[in-house]
Design a protein around this ligand. Structure first.
Ligand code: SF4
Ligand code: SF4
Length: 275
Protein backbone atom coordinates (compact mmCIF):
# COMPACT_ATOMS: atom_id res chain seq x y z
CA UNK A 1 0.00 0.00 0.00
CA UNK A 2 1.43 3.38 -0.98
CA UNK A 3 1.86 6.11 1.63
CA UNK A 4 -0.69 8.38 -0.09
CA UNK A 5 -3.24 5.59 -0.05
CA UNK A 6 -2.71 5.15 3.70
CA UNK A 7 -3.37 8.84 4.30
CA UNK A 8 -6.44 8.78 2.07
CA UNK A 9 -7.81 5.88 4.08
CA UNK A 10 -7.17 7.45 7.44
CA UNK A 11 -8.43 10.86 6.42
CA UNK A 12 -11.90 9.58 5.56
CA UNK A 13 -12.43 7.38 8.61
CA UNK A 14 -14.15 9.26 11.47
CA UNK A 15 -12.40 7.25 14.17
CA UNK A 16 -8.97 8.15 12.84
CA UNK A 17 -9.50 11.71 11.66
CA UNK A 18 -11.55 13.86 14.02
CA UNK A 19 -11.87 16.48 11.26
CA UNK A 20 -14.21 14.24 9.27
CA UNK A 21 -16.66 13.25 12.03
CA UNK A 22 -19.26 15.69 10.68
CA UNK A 23 -19.17 14.29 7.15
CA UNK A 24 -18.29 10.56 7.46
CA UNK A 25 -20.43 8.22 9.53
CA UNK A 26 -20.00 4.61 10.57
CA UNK A 27 -22.25 1.67 11.19
CA UNK A 28 -21.50 -1.37 13.33
CA UNK A 29 -23.12 -4.63 12.26
CA UNK A 30 -23.68 -7.00 15.22
CA UNK A 31 -22.97 -10.31 13.49
CA UNK A 32 -20.40 -11.91 15.85
CA UNK A 33 -22.33 -13.94 18.44
CA UNK A 34 -19.62 -15.67 20.48
CA UNK A 35 -16.18 -15.21 21.98
CA UNK A 36 -13.10 -17.41 22.13
CA UNK A 37 -11.76 -16.13 25.45
CA UNK A 38 -12.93 -14.56 28.69
CA UNK A 39 -11.75 -11.14 29.82
CA UNK A 40 -12.11 -10.69 33.58
CA UNK A 41 -14.01 -7.42 33.03
CA UNK A 42 -16.58 -8.80 30.59
CA UNK A 43 -20.02 -10.28 31.09
CA UNK A 44 -21.01 -12.17 28.01
CA UNK A 45 -24.65 -11.14 28.17
CA UNK A 46 -23.41 -7.68 27.21
CA UNK A 47 -21.59 -6.59 24.08
CA UNK A 48 -17.79 -6.96 23.83
CA UNK A 49 -16.50 -4.19 26.06
CA UNK A 50 -13.16 -4.08 24.31
CA UNK A 51 -14.65 -1.90 21.59
CA UNK A 52 -18.28 -1.35 22.45
CA UNK A 53 -19.94 0.34 25.35
CA UNK A 54 -20.73 -2.21 28.09
CA UNK A 55 -24.16 -2.58 29.60
CA UNK A 56 -25.84 -2.56 26.21
CA UNK A 57 -27.17 -5.86 24.98
CA UNK A 58 -27.46 -6.26 21.22
CA UNK A 59 -29.41 -8.65 19.05
CA UNK A 60 -27.24 -10.65 16.67
CA UNK A 61 -27.91 -10.59 12.92
CA UNK A 62 -27.05 -13.18 10.27
CA UNK A 63 -24.79 -11.91 7.46
CA UNK A 64 -27.82 -11.62 5.15
CA UNK A 65 -29.86 -9.75 7.76
CA UNK A 66 -26.90 -7.49 8.43
CA UNK A 67 -26.58 -6.52 4.77
CA UNK A 68 -30.33 -5.85 4.51
CA UNK A 69 -30.00 -3.67 7.63
CA UNK A 70 -27.04 -1.89 6.02
CA UNK A 71 -29.07 -1.18 2.88
CA UNK A 72 -31.89 0.34 4.93
CA UNK A 73 -29.43 2.37 7.01
CA UNK A 74 -27.64 3.73 3.93
CA UNK A 75 -30.98 4.89 2.52
CA UNK A 76 -31.59 6.88 5.71
CA UNK A 77 -27.99 7.83 6.52
CA UNK A 78 -26.13 8.32 3.23
CA UNK A 79 -23.14 9.84 5.02
CA UNK A 80 -22.17 6.35 6.29
CA UNK A 81 -18.76 5.60 4.81
CA UNK A 82 -17.42 2.95 7.19
CA UNK A 83 -18.92 -0.45 8.04
CA UNK A 84 -17.47 -2.10 11.12
CA UNK A 85 -17.85 -5.35 12.99
CA UNK A 86 -17.33 -4.89 16.72
CA UNK A 87 -19.20 -7.64 18.44
CA UNK A 88 -21.24 -8.37 20.35
CA UNK A 89 -18.67 -11.21 20.64
CA UNK A 90 -15.37 -11.55 18.78
CA UNK A 91 -15.21 -11.17 14.99
CA UNK A 92 -12.96 -14.24 14.64
CA UNK A 93 -14.53 -16.62 17.13
CA UNK A 94 -16.68 -17.60 14.14
CA UNK A 95 -14.67 -16.12 11.26
CA UNK A 96 -16.96 -17.44 8.53
CA UNK A 97 -19.71 -15.03 9.67
CA UNK A 98 -17.41 -12.02 9.50
CA UNK A 99 -15.97 -12.95 6.10
CA UNK A 100 -19.40 -13.76 4.67
CA UNK A 101 -20.75 -10.40 5.83
CA UNK A 102 -17.84 -8.52 4.29
CA UNK A 103 -18.14 -10.50 1.03
CA UNK A 104 -21.81 -9.60 0.73
CA UNK A 105 -21.08 -5.95 1.43
CA UNK A 106 -18.24 -5.86 -1.10
CA UNK A 107 -20.58 -7.21 -3.81
CA UNK A 108 -23.18 -4.51 -3.14
CA UNK A 109 -21.18 -1.54 -1.87
CA UNK A 110 -17.62 -1.59 -3.20
CA UNK A 111 -17.14 2.04 -2.17
CA UNK A 112 -17.56 1.47 1.58
CA UNK A 113 -14.61 1.17 3.95
CA UNK A 114 -14.58 -2.05 5.98
CA UNK A 115 -13.33 -2.07 9.55
CA UNK A 116 -13.34 -4.57 12.39
CA UNK A 117 -12.21 -5.11 15.93
CA UNK A 118 -11.03 -8.33 17.56
CA UNK A 119 -9.20 -9.63 20.57
CA UNK A 120 -6.60 -10.90 18.08
CA UNK A 121 -6.53 -14.52 19.21
CA UNK A 122 -7.66 -15.96 15.90
CA UNK A 123 -7.26 -13.27 13.25
CA UNK A 124 -3.85 -14.07 11.76
CA UNK A 125 -5.03 -16.92 9.53
CA UNK A 126 -7.66 -14.63 7.95
CA UNK A 127 -5.54 -11.58 7.19
CA UNK A 128 -5.13 -12.60 3.53
CA UNK A 129 -8.93 -12.83 3.26
CA UNK A 130 -9.31 -9.36 4.76
CA UNK A 131 -6.73 -8.04 2.33
CA UNK A 132 -8.59 -9.59 -0.62
CA UNK A 133 -11.79 -7.93 0.62
CA UNK A 134 -10.00 -4.58 0.99
CA UNK A 135 -10.97 -4.51 4.67
CA UNK A 136 -8.13 -2.22 5.62
CA UNK A 137 -8.89 -1.12 9.19
CA UNK A 138 -8.25 -3.49 12.09
CA UNK A 139 -8.46 -2.80 15.80
CA UNK A 140 -6.99 -5.35 18.20
CA UNK A 141 -7.42 -5.15 21.96
CA UNK A 142 -4.06 -5.76 23.62
CA UNK A 143 -4.12 -5.24 27.37
CA UNK A 144 -0.74 -6.79 28.15
CA UNK A 145 2.34 -8.02 26.35
CA UNK A 146 3.67 -9.87 29.39
CA UNK A 147 1.85 -13.13 30.27
CA UNK A 148 2.44 -12.49 33.98
CA UNK A 149 0.27 -9.38 33.64
CA UNK A 150 -2.06 -10.93 31.09
CA UNK A 151 -2.98 -13.89 33.31
CA UNK A 152 -4.69 -11.45 35.68
CA UNK A 153 -6.85 -10.13 32.84
CA UNK A 154 -7.83 -13.28 30.91
CA UNK A 155 -9.68 -16.05 32.73
CA UNK A 156 -9.29 -18.49 29.87
CA UNK A 157 -8.56 -18.74 26.17
CA UNK A 158 -10.00 -21.34 23.83
CA UNK A 159 -7.32 -22.35 21.37
CA UNK A 160 -7.17 -25.40 19.07
CA UNK A 161 -10.37 -26.66 20.66
CA UNK A 162 -8.98 -26.60 24.20
CA UNK A 163 -9.66 -24.25 27.07
CA UNK A 164 -6.40 -23.06 28.62
CA UNK A 165 -5.91 -20.85 31.66
CA UNK A 166 -3.28 -18.92 33.61
CA UNK A 167 0.01 -17.68 32.23
CA UNK A 168 -0.08 -20.17 29.34
CA UNK A 169 -3.42 -18.77 28.14
CA UNK A 170 -2.09 -15.21 28.23
CA UNK A 171 1.09 -16.30 26.45
CA UNK A 172 -0.82 -17.90 23.56
CA UNK A 173 -3.04 -14.84 23.24
CA UNK A 174 -0.14 -12.37 23.30
CA UNK A 175 1.92 -14.38 20.80
CA UNK A 176 -1.03 -14.52 18.43
CA UNK A 177 -1.75 -10.81 18.84
CA UNK A 178 1.85 -9.80 18.14
CA UNK A 179 2.09 -12.12 15.12
CA UNK A 180 -1.13 -10.62 13.75
CA UNK A 181 0.10 -7.05 14.25
CA UNK A 182 3.35 -7.86 12.43
CA UNK A 183 1.51 -9.32 9.46
CA UNK A 184 -1.13 -6.58 9.35
CA UNK A 185 1.54 -3.88 9.32
CA UNK A 186 3.62 -5.76 6.72
CA UNK A 187 0.53 -5.74 4.49
CA UNK A 188 -0.21 -2.05 4.99
CA UNK A 189 -3.34 -2.24 7.14
CA UNK A 190 -4.29 0.64 9.40
CA UNK A 191 -3.87 -0.89 12.87
CA UNK A 192 -5.38 0.59 16.00
CA UNK A 193 -4.70 -1.03 19.36
CA UNK A 194 -7.20 -0.69 22.17
CA UNK A 195 -5.79 -1.17 25.67
CA UNK A 196 -8.10 -1.28 28.66
CA UNK A 197 -6.32 0.47 31.54
CA UNK A 198 -6.96 -1.44 34.78
CA UNK A 199 -5.57 0.15 37.95
CA UNK A 200 -3.36 -2.20 39.95
CA UNK A 201 -3.36 -4.75 37.14
CA UNK A 202 -1.82 -3.28 33.97
CA UNK A 203 -1.62 0.51 34.45
CA UNK A 204 2.11 0.38 35.30
CA UNK A 205 2.66 -1.96 32.33
CA UNK A 206 1.07 0.37 29.76
CA UNK A 207 4.22 2.46 29.09
CA UNK A 208 6.19 -0.69 28.21
CA UNK A 209 3.30 -1.93 26.09
CA UNK A 210 3.19 1.41 24.25
CA UNK A 211 6.94 1.31 23.66
CA UNK A 212 6.87 -2.21 22.21
CA UNK A 213 3.78 -1.63 20.07
CA UNK A 214 5.10 1.74 18.93
CA UNK A 215 8.24 -0.09 17.80
CA UNK A 216 5.97 -2.35 15.73
CA UNK A 217 4.62 0.78 13.99
CA UNK A 218 1.01 0.52 15.08
CA UNK A 219 -0.98 3.48 13.77
CA UNK A 220 -2.97 4.44 16.86
CA UNK A 221 -3.22 3.49 20.52
CA UNK A 222 -6.59 3.94 22.20
CA UNK A 223 -6.30 3.85 26.00
CA UNK A 224 -9.70 2.94 27.42
CA UNK A 225 -10.40 3.28 31.14
CA UNK A 226 -11.80 0.11 32.69
CA UNK A 227 -15.55 0.25 33.09
CA UNK A 228 -16.31 -2.06 36.04
CA UNK A 229 -19.25 -4.26 35.10
CA UNK A 230 -21.21 -5.82 37.95
CA UNK A 231 -20.97 -9.59 38.12
CA UNK A 232 -17.39 -9.65 36.79
CA UNK A 233 -14.14 -10.30 38.67
CA UNK A 234 -13.24 -6.65 38.21
CA UNK A 235 -16.50 -5.16 39.40
CA UNK A 236 -14.90 -3.60 42.49
CA UNK A 237 -11.84 -2.08 40.82
CA UNK A 238 -12.05 1.69 40.70
CA UNK A 239 -11.59 2.89 37.12
CA UNK A 240 -8.65 5.16 36.31
CA UNK A 241 -9.40 8.86 36.47
CA UNK A 242 -9.33 11.07 33.38
CA UNK A 243 -6.22 12.64 34.88
CA UNK A 244 -4.48 9.24 35.13
CA UNK A 245 -5.32 8.42 31.51
CA UNK A 246 -4.05 11.84 30.42
CA UNK A 247 -0.79 11.28 32.33
CA UNK A 248 -0.33 7.87 30.70
CA UNK A 249 -0.90 9.40 27.27
CA UNK A 250 1.65 12.12 27.95
CA UNK A 251 4.12 9.56 29.21
CA UNK A 252 3.77 7.40 26.09
CA UNK A 253 3.17 9.92 23.32
CA UNK A 254 6.80 9.68 22.24
CA UNK A 255 6.15 6.04 21.26
CA UNK A 256 2.65 6.08 19.76
CA UNK A 257 -0.06 8.30 18.30
CA UNK A 258 -3.00 8.29 20.68
CA UNK A 259 -6.63 8.22 19.67
CA UNK A 260 -8.41 10.84 21.73
CA UNK A 261 -12.01 10.90 20.52
CA UNK A 262 -13.25 7.31 20.85
CA UNK A 263 -16.76 7.38 22.32
CA UNK A 264 -17.12 3.59 22.80
CA UNK A 265 -20.00 3.03 20.44
CA UNK A 266 -22.57 0.27 20.73
CA UNK A 267 -21.84 -2.77 18.57
CA UNK A 268 -24.91 -1.82 16.52
CA UNK A 269 -24.23 1.96 16.37
CA UNK A 270 -25.05 3.88 13.17
CA UNK A 271 -24.54 7.45 12.01
CA UNK A 272 -22.11 10.23 12.80
CA UNK A 273 -19.91 9.98 15.88
CA UNK A 274 -21.12 12.22 18.68
CA UNK A 275 -18.01 13.32 20.54
FE1 SF4 B 1 -15.89 -10.00 26.28
FE2 SF4 B 1 -14.80 -8.93 24.09
FE3 SF4 B 1 -13.24 -9.95 26.04
FE4 SF4 B 1 -14.67 -11.56 24.48
S1 SF4 B 1 -12.97 -10.24 23.82
S2 SF4 B 1 -14.50 -11.70 26.70
S3 SF4 B 1 -16.56 -10.37 24.15
S4 SF4 B 1 -14.58 -8.17 26.19
FE1 SF4 C 1 -14.72 4.62 16.45
FE2 SF4 C 1 -14.38 4.22 19.08
FE3 SF4 C 1 -16.81 4.11 18.00
FE4 SF4 C 1 -15.02 2.20 17.43
S1 SF4 C 1 -15.94 2.60 19.41
S2 SF4 C 1 -16.42 3.23 15.99
S3 SF4 C 1 -13.10 3.42 17.43
S4 SF4 C 1 -15.47 5.93 18.10
Amino acid sequence: MKEKHWHDLVNHHPCFNVKCIRRSGRIHLPIAPSCNLQCAYCRRDFACVNESRPGVSNGVLTPEEAVAHLDRSLAELPHIKVVGIAGPGDAFAEPELTLKTFELIRQRHPELMLCLSSNGLNIEAYINDLEALAARFVTLTVNAIDPVVGQKIYEYVTWNGKRITGEKAAQVLIENQLAAIRLLKAKGFVVKINSVVIPGINDCHVPFLAKVLGGMKIDFLNLLPLIPVSGTKMETIRPPTAKAIKALKEQTSRYVTHMNHCVKCRSDAAGLLVV
